[in-house]
Design a protein around this ligand. Structure first.
Ligand code: ADP
Length: 313
């Protein structure tokens, strides 16, 4: 038992210059440790380095520097074992239309060198709910079935670590819930799951830990509830009827700020306090309110906050 399903240290990836394009630093010393047994969400804005990270884990992209251990196996020292320990479900629904799911899984098992007697093709198809489609043409599968088929394909060599790249991009709500249930089930059976997603809701619902990457570095890595606690901060911005010289006393847990434009901003956790309590405190301080606006946090804001609070390297 390695403790960490994946351990990434000082990972760097510099894409070579292309024509007039200078070299691009995609990963800039990424450190990431993913606890065994977790459902780990890898988040970040576009261009942050998520795909590069996943492609390096999958062995599809060669890193420039740093170390990667998968299930305790160093990618450089034990390339075969580390590759065998991970299954990657790609984002695109690329499926050979003429193979049946059963035939395609057999081919995949062959690629991974799984001996015939150890293959579990029918068991895996049953596990993803495709037993009755085992001999159908792949092109006859619905979008949801294709996704489940790609998960099956990633499970052929029985990897303890499963990576899902944007598993529910462009998927309707019903199928999304079904995939969530399925991923939880795999996790319940012992798989460590890493998923990238653009949907905050998905990360909240699925992941017990979340790592946020920005500019090729890890800028936050926390248990999901802790991260959400940061994100449910909301601000009430009050324009007083008359200029206010000093901040009124704010209720406990509220951060007050007198802005240069004379407005008063009160940041609070909406899960812990109703907006009323904030307004009451302002009125109690004898301030009459001309206007109130709210500022909702976005994941983007959290990125900015985290990035700017990080000491410059
Ligand atoms: P994400 O998946 O978080 O959107 P990527 O890993 O795809 O981020 O990209 C990280 C950075 O590396 C981006 O600036 C992107 O433009 C650049 N990049 C990605 N792939 C290549 C490539 N093959 N060649 C050059 N630059 C690339």
């Amino acid at each position: 038992m390695p403790g960490h399903a994946v351990e990434i240290r000082g990972l760097r990836k510099v894409y070579a210059a292309q024509g007039a394009e200078p070299p691009k630093v995609a990963l800039d010393g990424l450190d990431l440790a993913i606890p065994e047994g977790s459902i780990f969400g890898l988040l970040g804005p576009n261009g942050a380095g998520k795909s590069t990270t996943i492609n390096i884990l999958a062995g599809l992209t060669v890193k420039s520097a740093g170390s990667v251990r998968i299930w305790g196996f160093d990618q450089d020292a034990n390339p075969r074992q580390s590759r065998a320990a991970i299954g990657v479900v790609p984002q695109e629904l690329n499926i050979d239309p003429f193979f049946s799911p059963r035939a395609a899984l057999e081919v995949q098992a062959g690629l991974y060198g799984v001996p015939k007697r150890l293959r579990r093709t029918d068991e895996i198809l049953a596990r993803v709910g495709l037993a009755d489609k085992a001999d159908a043409y792949a092109r006859q599968l619905s979008g949801g079935m294709k996704r489940r088929f790609l998960i099956a394909k990633a499970l052929v060599h029985n990897p303890p670590v499963l990576v899902l790249d944007e598993p529910t991009a462009g998927v309707d709500i019903e199928l999304r819930r079904m995939l969530w249930d399925y991923v939880r089930e795999l996790n319940g059976q012992g798989a460590t799951i890493i998923l990238t997603t653009h949907y905050l809701e998905e990360a909240e619902a699925m992941c017990d830990r979340i790592g946020i990457i920005n500019h090729g570095r890890l800028i936050a890595e926390e248990a999901t509830p802790d991260l959400i606690a940061r994100m449910d901060r909301k601000a009430l911005v009050i324009t007083p009827a008359a200029p206010v010289a000093a901040l009124p006393p704010a209720p406990e847990g509220v951060e007050a700020e007198l802005r240069p434009d004379g407005r008063l901003a009160f940041a609070y956790h909406r899960s812990r306090m109703p907006a009323d309590a904030v307004l009451d405190a302002v009125r109690a301080a004898g301030i009459s309110i001309r206007d109130v606006a709210t500022e909702e946090p976005h994941l983007e804001d959290v990125f900015v906050e985290l990035t700017t609070s990080r000491p410059a390297a």
